[in-house]
Write a protein that binds this ligand. Structure first.
Ligand code: FAD
Length: 360
């Protein structure tokens, strides 16, 4: 069987999941080449900053919904059977306020806030919260079983699974995508395929320069307090681009308090005023965090900022011939990189299959 040489650019959740699925085929010799690797915390590297949970915002009937649907099974399997992956089940409550209808967050969350979302038959235990159990100011709420991923465990776990399957990891910074196809750098022989999982980097990478990819800045506070369940709400009273969610990561990963969704904002440093608003809102939404006390009882591990790689028109998963060689793209997942990870990687894998047949 002829060996096929593949270079995956990017070691975020998109690159690692795609490399892992590709590595199931022993015909492929895979190199993952990236500027940032698990263990790094950098503003150009979104994956470590994510919550990360499964809370679909994709619209019914879209490719994005299909990718999210196809990701639930693998995440559920990991949570149930592979504790070393750092994923656990958590109950998830989604709260809606009538006054948020039409706001940016409520529009973004439209499917998630619906009492009848497409994923209600995908996740276990989906139900409407009885109105007698709603907190003051909340008009409607749903609840379901979801997962929360400890990214500090899960990303290295993906690396170790890839290593076990023979994938090679190398640090590299590309200014043009064609550099990844040069045989001498990463594969000594011919490179048959480049897989582009550069996230926000796709907006700057030569040969791609996709200007429809922009950051949606997310600021978080990671605390030691335990929330017991994940919670999210349709909006805040502090502006259209601010949000409020709480999620406790698996295996001692702390609880992520968020957040905001500031489109076009590249600022890497936490805003201390926003951090206070995040903590106040989270503590109000989830008083269990402090036992009903003030935010001075939140035990802060770190403040953080990540940039979601948002792409107009949604994640780009398709193949393209660039400067005479084949590329499969998988970038631009925005705020859904984990919850769509297996669906997108499978779609990229299918695109690749067609390419590798063609290049024979
Ligand atoms: P990245 O993780 O950014 O990785 C990009 C990779 O490409 C890096 O390795 C980088 O070094 C490399 N690269 C880029 N350009 C180059 C170059 N020129 N040369 C070499 N290497 C290059 N998603 C969820 O599903 N659930 C959540 O709960 C969730 N919560 C979030 C909360 C916050 C605060 C944030 C910021 C994001 C959240 N997300 C969530 C979104 C998720 O984090 C992203 O969708 C996902 O991490 C994107 O992964 P990626 O692999 O595409 O990009």
């Amino acid at each position: 069987m002829e060996q096929k040489n593949i270079v995956v650019i990017g070691a975020g959740v998109a690159g690692l999941t795609t490399a892992l699925l590709l590595s199931k085929n022993q015909q492929y010799k895979i190199v993952v080449a990236a500027k940032h690797m698990p263990g790094d915390y950098d503003i150009e590297y979104a994956s470590p900053w994510a919550g990360a949970n499964y809370m679909p915002v994709s619209i019914r009937g879209t490719r994005a919904a299909e990718w999210d649907r196809n990701t639930w099974g693998p995440l559920q399997d990991l949570a149930a059977n592979y504790p070393e992956a750092g994923i656990h089940f958590q109950e998830c409550e989604i709260h809606s306020r009538a006054k948020d209808v039409g706001s940016a967050t409520a529009d973004w969350f439209a499917e998630l806030l619906s009492p009848n979302p497409w994923f209600k038959d995908v996740v276990p235990n989906f139900r409407q919260v009885p109105s007698s159990q709603l907190s003051p100011g909340i008009d409607q709420a749903t609840s379901f079983t979801s997962v929360c991923i400890n990214t500090a465990i899960y990303l290295p776990w993906l690396v170790s699974q890839c290593l076990k399957a023979g994938v090679i990891f190398k640090r590299a910074v590309f200014s043009h995508i064609s550099e990844a196809a040069i045989p001498s750098i990463h594969h000594p022989n011919r490179v048959d395929l480049v897989v582009n999982c550069t996230g926000l980097g796709a907006s700057r990478l030569g040969g791609v320069e996709d200007k429809s990819v922009v950051p949606a800045r997310g600021q978080i506070v990671l605390v030691r307090n335990d929330a017991k369940k994940m919670m999210d709400i349709s909006g805040t009273d502090d502006g259209d681009d601010e949000a409020c969610y709480v999620m406790t990561r698996a295996a001692g990963g702390g609880t992520v308090l968020g957040g905001c969704y500031q489109k076009g904002n590249w600022e890497s440093q936490p805003d201390p005023n926003l951090a206070v608003r995040i903590m106040e809102r989270a503590n109000k939404l989830c008083p269990a965090l402090t036992g009903g006390r003030g935010i001075e009882h939140l035990d802060v591990i770190r403040h953080g900022v990540g940039l979601r790689p948002v792409r107009e028109g949604g994640t780009r998963v398709e193949k393209e011939k660039v400067f005479g060689f084949f590329v499969v793209h998988n970038y631009g997942a925005g705020g859904a990189g984990y919850q769509s990870s297996y669906g997108c990687a499978e779609a990229a894998e299918q695109n690749k299959a067609r390419v590798v047949v063609r290049t024979k």
